[in-house]
Design a protein around this ligand. Sequence first.
Ligand code: NAP
Length: 522
Amino acid sequence: MIATDPIVLESFLGGRWLRGTDRGSPLLDPTSGETVALASSSGLDLAAALSYAREIGRPGLRRVTYGRRASYLGAIAEVLSARKEEWYAIARRNSGNTRADAGIDVDGAIGTLKYFARTGAALGEAEFLVEGAPARLARDPNFQGLHLGIPIEGVAIHINAYNFPSWGLWEKTAVALLAGVPVFAKPATATAWLAVEMVRAVVDAAILPDGALSLLAGGAGDLLDHVRFGDAIAFTGSAQTGEAIRLHRRVRAEGLRVNVEADSLNAALLGPDGAPGTAVFDLFVREIVREMTVKAGQKCTAIRRIVVPAAFADASIAALGDALDRVAVGDPGTEGVGMGPLVSAEQRASVEAGLAALANETTVVYRREAVPSADGAFVAPVLLRATGSAPSVHEREIFGPVATVVPYGDEREAYAIARRGGGSLAVSVFSADPVFLASSAATLGASHGRVLLVDPSIGDSHTGHGIVLPSCLHGGPGRAGNGEELGGLRGLWFYHQRTAVQGPAPVLAELAGRAANSAAFS
Ligand code: NAP
């Protein structure tokens, strides 16, 4: 599997594996800087590939029920589970992942597929979705209305970020395939190797109808010039690219639905009762260190802002520094290493640029000096402390092992600080006070897609600030992209047109009988 010469990645389009016409972009091992693979999309006919998905893939998926499509997801999960060690090896080689990092990406994908296989099975033989029951619309009780969800008639175009080549691919694919919509996936070029090999394994296992799953390895090229009404785009990546996709001429002209998961300045908030020495304080410190170092901080949900009572700021910094000191940084293949490199030298430069941009508004309160190798894309964990109002701390996402301590005076100020992120994916609140926890959720819910409340009773059982669960919504308002993914079967609605059907009661009753209520099974 791991060759000395770079392997040439192929795209799976129109039911065939195809190579681009030029050498393409190098994919690197971020530990050594060595080129491990090449990816090119030059010369590939993306218009034809999209047509194939629409004309061959869609009918094949729609011919079978939700229940059958759910079984496809279970079969994909089995195929992927059988080859986990290969996926871990690629994740280490091309993403600089430790085994734990790779687990989040690979096992997270498999778990998500299994979840939708299980919950999707409950939709059984239904042909479409329904919301609520038929309701009378006029004096004549025979004239009624009903809201149905009918699967859209195009392609689900999935454009993914580099940090989760496996989970990003399968969490989106699972929901679209369950909805009966063919998938055209475009992983980020820098780490596309894992996505390509996984799709090859699934194609070889002949699980899906022809045309149900396509994969583009390499740049997006003219992909968006060929979208049309009925297609839907789910994008994960930077706010800048998300904006470019939304504003694309063809995307606007055809009125496409676009779901954007973009960058986010997530916060963790320590309650006023979380004094040093309490269990709450220890849980808070443990979670922040995990978030800063897992995947070297390259998680869209990672904690970037550490909001603490001013009286506990020094103690928090000291405890975080002690805990960060215990995380070994180095070659992710070495036993005991807790944090590997960033994905590339460009990302390292981007982190350094972010630190420079924050330099006037923060002080560095912790920085590990030693980095293992000059050739690799290593960055040591850095802890900053905001000085003054520090606007950039709330605006500039540093996509690496960097977080900033922001002290607060009272509860109102704490909430205001969290909101300064302008809309985030996740906030976590640490306190043993149930009133404070509940009021935090009620206040911060408006500006966050997910709120994690941690008290000592769930200290060891909660799944973590940064972990996205298939049963809970993923996405955040404002600068986080204003998107929504997953959330159990709620996620299916992105791939269904909600339509109000008005007509005679017996016809509506018959339609309701052919539909499944997604809310009943989430
Ligand atoms: P990116 O540069 O925006 O790239 C994301 C994807 O968009 C890649 O597949 C890229 O392809 C593609 N792309 C770039 N330009 C395009 C265009 N004009 N048309 C169509 N596709 C285009 O982001 P990234 O550097 O991979 O990811 C890091 C960012 O993603 C961070 O800001 C992070 O916060 C965010 N992120 C968000 C979430 C979330 O769920 N909210 C999750 C993970 C990451 P190429 O690779 O071929 O250029």
